[in-house]
Design a binder for this molecule. Structure first.
Ligand code: FAD
Length: 437
């Protein structure tokens, strides 16, 4: 890789999928010397076009993805949205009779956008290639990296091994990431417990999410925890939770860091947001392309960390809570899409949420709106959604109890029939909220 300025930082980005290319643009704009690698040939060449056609369903692009594209300042969002198909809601196909039910996604006519995956990737590649400090290597398969020494090895199309020297490696090589595998050999990722004596097994205590949506240890991390129980014991040691980086040498983003089931249409949006959040943190920490790696003046962290490592620590801490929340929500949406969308409970709740949102736009926001039409942190969206669920249930139960009481009073006053009618209504309301809890 070329490197005219001695201190100019060189970043190798593995994976020229949407997230990797967007990251290349962000780093190029921050004047890093960027090398982008992909095992595939250039998808834009006519001989490779055929293999991409019909390969995948379109992607839904929503606010987070649009924001990250917009953040480049290159009007990429406008360019990509020109060919997008707006989707304003779900169309539910009920039963075999072909009955349809439209369920809007947003409250105020918001829509998500169906974009062509290949075209999106191509547009990004075109934009990245315009930077003189970006070099794209197609037909280069990542093999291994020596993260401490800063070398990355690829196999080129003709089977040759090619080694590059770099300062920083970003793995954006998708769900089956090889860079992640390299990172896992370097960093410990779990908080674990051990049973000893007659048997041994490891358990994981997941971290807690604090009120700011950040992760924190479930227990005091400055102790080794022991539960002595005479014939057996349990011990727990703190492990740093799930780092996405290794020192100031490597980072994984996009699907490489958080492959999720595709049911919320957020995988790529979340990956694009990774890039934007990372860039914001690098800017906030004044990480420029020319900073030397370990300048003594800059080592302000508790363990003499370099500024880049401090920034990456912050990224890991901030982002982990969000991607975990999003992965869970993606699974939840699987349930919602295949079953809940037709249930009375779901529809009543959706109706109530929309009405309440119109009355109290900042206090009550439907989950889908928070995820797809805002940049509220995913983890915060989950916390808010749980609180909203609590209040809606409380409202449901108090309405049901109130109706029941009324039924009782009317029954005493006017007889059995009236009491039965009102009791039935109360039970229906109660059921609705019970199932929604
Ligand atoms: C059916 C389906 C529907 C989806 N719908 C949506 C949606 O509507 N909205 C949404 O936001 N997301 C959606 N997603 C998720 C979205 O496709 C991914 O989140 C997104 O593609 C991730 O981008 P990426 O760049 O991180 O990884 P990828 O797109 O997987 O790109 C990784 C790149 O790395 C390259 N690579 C891999 N290994 C190596 C190696 N060893 N060396 C060099 N290069 C390598 C690959 O060739 C590839 O180009 C969907 C996913 C699926 C499966």
């Amino acid at each position: 890789m070329s490197d005219d300025t001695p201190n100019k930082k060189r970043v190798a980005i593995v994976g020229a999928g949407p997230v990797g290319v967007l990251a290349a643009i962000y780093f190029a704009q921050r004047a890093w010397d960027v090398s982008l690698f992909d095992l595939r040939p250039d998808m834009r060449l006519p001989e490779n076009k055929a293999r991409n056609q019909g390969r995948s369903i379109n992607l839904a692009l929503s606010t987070r993805g649009i924001s990250a594209l917009h953040g480049t300042g290159l009007s990429l969002d406008e360019e990509i949205l020109k060919c997008a198909v707006p989707m304003k809601g779900r169309m539910i196909h009920l039963g075999k009779e072909g009955k349809l039910q439209s369920q809007p996604y947003g409250v105020r006519d918001e829509h998500i956008n169906a974009v062509d995956r290949t075209k999106l990737n191509e547009d990004l590649l075109e934009a990245a290639e315009k930077f003189s400090n970006v070099k794209i290597y197609f037909d280069h398969t990542f093999k291994k990296a020596d993260l401490d020494a800063g070398t990355v090895e690829f196999e080129s199309r003709n089977g040759e091994s090619v080694v590059f020297e770099v300062d920083f490696i970003i793995g954006a090589d998708g769900a089956y990431s090889s860079v992640r595998y390299q990172l896992m050999r370097k960093v410990r990722m779990d908080y674990h417990q051990e049973y000893i004596d007659t048997a041994y097994c490891e358990l994981t205590i997941p971290p807690k999410i604090d009120t700011d949506g950040d992760l924190e240890y479930a227990m005091d991390s400055n102790h080794l925890h022991i539960w002595p129980r005479k014939s057996f014991m349990l011990i727990a040691l703190p492990n740093p939770c799930n780092p996405y980086h290794y020192k100031d040498r490597a980072l994984i983003i996009g699907d490489a860091a958080h492959a999720m089931v595709p049911f919320y249409g957020q995988g790529m949006n979340c990956g694009f947001e990774d890039v934007q959040v990372l860039a914001d943190i690098l800017d906030e920490h004044k990480i420029t392309n020319t900073l030397p790696h370990h300048h003594p003046e800059d080592s302000k962290g508790p363990q003499e960390l370099s500024p880049l490592e401090i920034a990456l620590e912050k990224y890991t801490k901030l982002r982990h809570a969000d991607v975990v929340a999003m992965c869970d929500l993606a699974l939840y949406n699987h349930y919602e899409m295949r079953s809940a969308v037709t249930s009375r409970t779901y529809l009543v709740r959706k109706y109530l949420e929309v009405k309440l949102h119109l009355l109290f736009p900042t206090q009550v926001i439907p989950l889908y709106t928070m995820i797809s039409f805002s940049r509220i942190r995913y983890s915060e969206a989950v916390v808010r959604w749980q609180a909203q669920t609590w209040w809606l249930n409380a409202f449901g139960w108090s309405t049901a109890s109130g109706t029941m009481l009324m039924g009782l009073m009317l029954g005493l006053r006017y007889g059995k029939d009236m009491m039965q009618t009102v009791t039935h209504a109360a039970r229906t309301i109660g059921d609705t909220y019970m199932k929604g809890a």
